[in-house]
Design a binder for this molecule. Sequence first.
Ligand code: CUA
Length: 341
Amino acid sequence: MHKLVRGTRRSRAWLTVATVGLGLLLAGCAKNAPQDTLRPEGKFAEQIDRLWQWPYWIAVGVFFVVEGLIVFALWRFRARAGEEERPKQIHGNFKLEISLTALPLVILLGLSVPTVGTLLDLADEPAANHLTVNVVGHQWWWEYQYPNGVRTANELVIPAGEDVALHLRSADVIHSYWIPKLNGKRDVIPGRLQFLKLHADEPGYYYGQCVEFCGDSHAYMRNRARALPKAEFDQWMADQQQVAAKPPAGSDAEAGMGLFQSKPCAGCHTIKGVSQGRIGPDLTHLQSRRTFAGSIFTMNAENLAAWLRDPPGEKPGSKMPNLHLSEDEIRSLVAYLETLK
Ligand code: CUA
């Protein structure tokens, strides 16, 4: 009886392991995987991709040779009833030992040449006339500082088909910046200036994620790069340099602007022409972004209202406090935020 119960339990455990394993395996077939590092979409990510492809096939070859020899030895020298065949016992084989040391050495040295070359290549600043963006990691969002005073958050806007240099710093703890389709990851460390360059072949959105555990909402620290054709990028840059739009007199949005200035909002956020706070994201052109709060919410009135109602409730540990705003105040503030095109 006991044995039977134990047997059932064991087969159930196997079933669970097999189901989870199969699930993970099938996840590898996903077509919609915007952070799939195996499908690079820019030259720097492609350089890294090329680096692993041929060593991968060498590793496959080594795997089959070694596993094949093990299986052969197991079969050839298996225990057989009545006979006592043992492999010939040897004590050291100088030639064999030297070649088994030399062969991996040659393979590893061969691998190190393109690896070091690629590392050095990727560490170089791009050629002249490139755009440089200062990136600052915050708990839990990314800030982007462009030349000529433009500051934005979460969505890095870059010209498609061009090299872009990122100079990365942290405002608090260690974060790690990664947009898998555009380059490898780079740790962002307090007190250090880090470098990374990106290149997107085509216009579009490229998804990323902070990849160093950085506190409560690490999982909610996403980001994305938005590559635009050069002309559209220049237009975007010109728009970002404008001061914020003034809401129409007597409107709900104007009441919202008043609230923004009288409540603590203005102390943390910049709205060009209205406030100069530097703690939270610059909101001057908030509506030019598709997402907010670490790129975890789609930009719309409903989500903005939910966010204003209780930021730490929406995003654990959020540095933006719950201001206990009334529903009327939230409506006016959202109306104002919606004018910030
Ligand atoms: Cu920032 Cu994890």
